[in-house]
Design a protein around this ligand. Structure first.
Ligand code: CA
Length: 602
């Protein structure tokens, strides 16, 4: 009898939570407590609100699965990937929607062939795992980003009034289908990275019509959902306040001002916080990061080149390791959570991995058939200049949160652990690269210690053993102006020293390796937004530093950089200078040496 009472009580305890959950939506797999036992170091983000969105864009998942990709749980058993995401702390799934990503014969353009039906499948499975959906309308048949915003084929010849009506209908009909499929839509974007163009329109007067049509449809079809606008390049000074001002000027009805933030392209976290805070304060909007990601390895895993890898000309503030990836995501969450109206961060395509075949040819056959690469050859007719030339596989497989076999990386657990912290003992995670510039007449002196980047993102000096021989050194001395890489081992990890052999330079601080303008006189005539010595080895011809210039203001990059060389004996001297930059349009750059006593040179 007593036993029966005990078992009855147990039944009551088990049943109650189920009843409570069913009364407030589908059963969530998202844990409401800390995942224990992880080796991942995660510094707690203080003040993270309970409802803070920690999302994952999983737009390619269906195409991946169709290509044969399987996903696994942390215990190694095959499992629905949405359940793995939810149980790791992912709260929202984001999915892009293209109007008609197929050619006339029904062949998919790739990039997940993300039509409305695909969004329905993803939304249903996200909902079954207890996660909400963010719908990302590109208002295009294929990728829309700052470099291209092409109208759907069917809308191409429409005037703005017709296109506005089409955007309204498409948004309303698509959301209806996605809702009816079982998705719980929390947010909808009217456009993707719409930096000054959308749906083939290039004036804000027309862009806002498309956005307003989308917003109206969202309010009618999904009144509970937030309406989001989405831009990229927070590092461009003044751009976000300008976009927000225009949207305010046209009285666009929206709730969330969202940004992409790829840390290797998009400036500092401090700047990200500042520009989003400015928009939030000035226009009373919620703000968030809608896309971010980072590499866990420099290596490509699907025979199709990646966006970032060793040697990429990007800012590398974290090592390309599983821990570096987690630290990066944690810091983006921290940067957004510092803003009172910062509501979330979404990781981009963390489930997009290699389709797993042994060669480019075999993978290519799967990308073509199922759309699991970034673009198939069938997209050439719609997007001839990009997809038509460069179609292929995945460029972000090394930024996924699953390995090439579909096993989750420990970094996936940062979604849960960022709420609680997991400050395990820090160990060395990677060795910071060493850059040496050596005069051809000088001596190569490899350092005896290097900096280990610890799992908690601090640095510690550790001894290093370089893999170098006298014969190799002799080759370097004899090799003239050249570049070399020497590898080594420190704290059990690989170390890399990059050596630039250079001719003797008569200029002081000629490569700005002091980290400042020592020796130089700078005259900023134009008032550029950015004009300083920058610590960024990937932009530097030699060493770590270079003179950086950039400006959003037309014609404002106008400056001189000058140095006087004294006591130069009479003789013949070679003169050269290197500059690196981009996106500058027409540029005129002059380099010249002025002899101080012209009479003697005649
Ligand atoms: Ca790849």
């Amino acid at each position: 009898m007593k036993k029966r009472i005990v078992s009855l009580a147990l039944i009551v305890i088990i049943v109650l939570p189920a009843v409570m959950l069913s009364s407030c939506g589908k059963k969530s797999l998202v844990p409401d407590s800390k995942i224990e036992g992880s080796s991942l170091y995660v510094k707690k983000v203080d003040g993270l609100s309970e409802g803070f969105i920690l999302g994952m864009d999983a737009s390619s998942v269906i195409a991946e699965e169709n290509s044969g990709v399987k996903y696994y749980d942390f215990d190694g058993s095959e499992r629905d990937v949405f359940e793995v995401l939810a149980s790791s702390g992912v709260t929202h799934i984001r999915v892009r929607v293209w109007n008609d990503p197929y050619d006339a014969d029904g062949n998919g353009y790739g990039g997940g062939n993300c039509d409305v039906e695909t969004a329905c499948k993803i939304g249903k499975r996200a909902s079954d795992a207890g996660m909400k959906l963010i719908v990302d309308f590109h208002y295009s048949d294929f990728w829309a980003d700052p470099s291209k915003q092409m109208a759907p084929k069917a809308w191409k010849s429409m005037d703005i009034a017709e296109k506005t009506e089409a955007a309204y209908q498409f948004t309303r009909d698509s959301l209806k289908k996605i809702c009816e499929a079982g998705a719980e839509i929390a947010m909808v974007q009217v456009g993707n990275e719409t930096n000054g163009s959308l749906c083939g329109e290039r004036t804000w007067f027309n862009i806002q019509y498309i956005m307003a049509a989308g917003s109206k449809a969202i309010r009618e079809q999904c009144p509970e959902a937030l309406v989001a606008v989405h831009f990229a390049n927070p590092e461009k000074a003044g751009a976000y306040l300008d976009y927000a001002w225009r949207l305010d000027y046209y009285s666009l009805d929206y709730d969330v001002f969202a940004s992409s933030y790829y840390p290797y392209w998009h400036g500092t976290l401090e700047n990200l916080t500042e520009v989003l805070q400015n928009v939030a304060d000035t226009y009373g909007k919620k703000v968030m990061v809608m896309e971010t990601s980072y590499a866990y390895t420099p290596d490509d895993t699907d025979f199709s080149g990646n966006t970032i890898s060793d040697g990429s000309a990007v800012t590398k503030n974290y090592p390309y390791t599983v821990q570096g990836q987690a630290n990066c995501f944690r810091d983006v969450v921290d940067a957004v959570s510092k803003i009172d109206s910062g509501i979330g961060v979404v990781y981009w395509e963390g489930t997009w991995i290699s389709v797993g075949s042994e060669s480019w040819e075999e993978n290519s056959a799967l990308w073509e058939k199922y759309g699991s690469g970034w673009a198939s050859s069938y997209a050439a007719g719609y997007d001839p200049n990009d997809a038509g030339k460069y179609y292929g596989g995945c460029a972000v497989d090394n930024q996924a949160l699953f390995d090439p076999d579909g096993k989750p990386l420990e970094s996936l657990r940062v979604f849960n652990l960022v709420r609680y912290g997991n400050e395990v003992e820090a160990v060395a995670d990677a060795i910071e690269d060493v850059n040496l510039i050596v005069d051809l007449n000088g001596r190569i002196e490899l350092p005896e210690t290097v900096n280990a980047v610890m799992t908690d993102d601090s640095k510690r000096e550790v001894p290093v053993v370089w893999d170098i021989t006298e014969a190799r050194l002799a080759d370097m001395y004899a090799g003239g102006v050249n570049k070399y890489e020497v590898t080594g081992t420190a704290d059990g990890l690989a170390a890399h020293c990059y050596i630039s052999m250079v001719e003797f330079n008569f200029l002081e601080n000629y490569s700005f390796e002091s980290g400042d303008l020592t020796g130089w006189t700078l005259d900023d005539k134009g008032g550029a937004d950015e004009l300083y010595v920058e610590d960024k080895s990937t932009d530097s011809l030699t060493g770590k530093y270079h003179m950086h210039f950039w400006s959003a203001k037309s014609g404002s990059v106008e400056f001189t950089l000058e140095q006087t060389v004294s006591d130069l004996p009479a003789g013949n001297y070679k003169f050269s200078v290197s500059v690196m930059g981009g996106d500058g349009g027409e540029q005129e750059i002059y380099a010249y040496a002025k002899p101080s006593a012209p009479a003697r040179w005649r």
